[in-house]
Ligand binder design. Structure first.
Ligand code: F6P
Length: 550
């Protein structure tokens, strides 16, 4: 297979780009009244409308040709068959097994992983039931009222985002909190409102070596022991989720209370595993399994739909189109749903840790752009903040707009107003406002002459800003599962096309290594000279001020 940028499929796209780069979507819509029907895909109530993209039929077919040329179908099969596609860690990539509700055997090293997956789900169910039914009680005999998940990155963002997303499904008897930051303010502020006798900690760490999580776990244990003064009570208040059972046991967690995860689940893909225990505690196992079912719907769609009808594939190809041909450096995820406020944070890790790579699977330096900068916020908040740049700035920022057709508590005009903004913003991004339209509006307001000339250029919107729209009936567990799985597979397809390994994360290691060295130096009072002059200067400045009162 020739290198990506020298492949005929890439070259064809390159030539095509020169022909279509100036086409305006406004004209494409005028020419084709069926554009919406032709460029949208449905999975029951879950809709992806990608008609507001800078593509023609030829663009789409050339992008699909690129996907075939890079053997996307073969890679999909490899992933679902449990092949070790994470080659730098010699691991299979099987988050899809965690939500394999069809229970189709999935073999790793010749062994079906499904019995273990199902057993762990059963273990999660019994534990959640014991907490909710108050059979499991704390050391004073009182029921558990608060659950604190101690984890970071994939061991925090997924369950935290989903707990917020599914807030209407949450139990009123048990509150779930998330502590991730090594900054002690995070844990202290959380513990301030809790009682040790009614609090359960979940230490969630795949590796059980992550400093941030372990230091928070130590602090939690100290806080707990100050009240209970009894180490044997720890078993009733601390459980762990980890792939490193030995380290979790060494921390003092009863082996029965360790919820195992597997090395074939990447941290940022682990929401579906025992890392979801805190979420399951919040929403109950039935809802948790419904979310798995939603992800499985998307997995089946991804596995079986033809490329041209395949949502993750289409979203991935559109991303490549902007990233590699229009040279867009970023894209925005804009949920119009208060419950999805942490979705951009979650997807930021999923995308940027997966595809923030510059070495191919063959160990070569890439000569093309890979993963973009993902940013985002609640769309409605963004409208009053950074949309200005998206509408009239100099950068091309493709966007995904996400909304539900109805809100579980749809009791007033709020949701209609929200939806009006959803549709209006996507339309504004696409069509913009021409000079003639802007002029007519100003004249209708009685503005003429010099004042009009000054204002006019500022009132023009170039438009032609691409956006995808994802719409579904309700943000229920099933649709949340579908939504997250859609993005996971999108990132996978992009990684395949860029020929990078989306499942390792070596780039996070250097900072961790250096922090260990610096930590040792911070423990001593003498002057540090072992780094460059900036790092030495900063450390020494910190040391000179840390014991002073101001
Ligand atoms: O430092 C990055 C990272 O390894 C992520 O990939 C991971 O999600 C996070 O840290 C937490 O890791 P662990 O679950 O092993 O504590």
């Amino acid at each position: 297979m020739p290198d990506l940028t020298r492949s005929p499929a890439w070259q064809a796209l390159h030539n095509h780009f020169e022909q279509v780069r100036h086409l305006h979507m406004r004209d494409l819509f005028t020419q084709d009244p069926k554009r919406f029907q032709r460029y949208s895909i449905k999975l029951e109530d879950f809709l992806l409308d990608y008609s507001k993209n800078r593509i023609t039929d030829e663009t789409e077919s050339l992008l699909l040709e690129l996907a075939r040329d890079r053997d996307v179908p073969g890679w999909i099969t490899r992933m679902f068959n449990g092949e070790k596609i994470n080659h730098t860690e010699d691991r299979a990539v099987l988050h899809i097994a965690l939500r394999n509700r069809a229970n189709r055997p999935i073999l790793v090293d010749g062994r079906d992983v499904m019995p273990e997956v199902n057993a762990m789900l059963e273990k999660m169910r019994s534990f959640c039931d014991a907490i909710h039914s108050q059979k499991w009680r704390g050391y004073t005999g009182q029921p558990i009222k608060d659950v604190v998940n101690l984890g970071v990155g994939g061991s925090d963002l997924g369950p935290m985002m989903a707990t917020q997303a599914l807030h209407p499904y949450a139990s009123r008897d048990v509150s779930v909190h998330f502590v991730s930051n090594v900054d002690e303010n995070h844990i202290n502020n959380t513990l301030d409102n809790l009682k040790p006798e009614t609090t359960l900690f979940i230490i969630a760490s795949k590796s059980f070596t992550t400093q941030d999580t372990l230091v928070n776990a130590d602090t939690a244990r100290e806080w707990f022991l100050q009240a209970s003064n009894d180490t044997s009570a720890i078993a009733k208040h601390f459980v762990a989720v980890s792939n490193n059972v030995a380290a979790a046991s060494a921390f003092g967690i009863d082996e029965q209370n360790i919820f195992k995860m597997w090395d074939w689940v990447g941290g940022r893909y682990s929401l579906w595993s025992t890392v979801g225990l805190s979420l399951a505690m919040a929403i109950g196992m039935d809802n948790f399994e419904e979310m798995l079912a939603g992800a499985h719907d998307m997995d089946e769609h991804f596995r079986t739909a033809p490329l041209e009808q395949n949502m993750p594939v289409i979203m991935a190809l559109l991303g490549i189109w902007y990233n590699n041909f229009f040279n867009a450096q970023s894209y925005a995820v804009l949920p119009y749903d208060q419950h999805l406020r942490f979705l951009p944070d979650y997807l930021r890790q999923a995308d940027m840790e997966s595809n923030g790579k510059s070495v191919t699977r063959d160990g070569e330096q890439v000569d093309y752009s890979t993963g973009p900068v993902l940013f985002g916020q609640l769309g409605i908040t963004g409208q009053h903040a950074f949309y200005q740049l998206m509408h009239q700035g100099t950068k091309l920022i493709p966007a995904d707009i996400i909304a539900s057709i109805t809100n579980l508590r749809c009791i007033s005009s709020h949701h209609r107003m929200l939806m009006a903004n959803v549709f209006a913003q996507a339309e504004a991004f696409m069509r913009g406002k021409t000079e003639d339209e802007a002029r007519a509006e100003l004249e209708a307001q009685g503005i003429t002459g010099e004042q009009l000339n000054v204002l006019l250029p500022n009132k023009i919107f170039a438009g032609n800003k691409p956006s995808n729209m994802i719409l579904y009936h309700t943000l229920n567990p099933r649709n949340l599962g579908r939504l997250i799985a859609l993005y996971e597979h999108k990132f996978f397809v992009q990684g395949v096309i860029w020929n990078i390994n989306s499942y390792d994360q070596w780039g996070v290691e250097l900072g961790k290594q250096l922090a260990q060295t610096v930590l040792g130096e911070l423990d001593q009072d003498d002057e540090v000279t072992s780094h460059d002059c900036s790092t030495n200067g900063l450390i020494n400045y910190y040391k000179s001020w840390r014991s002073k009162k101001v």
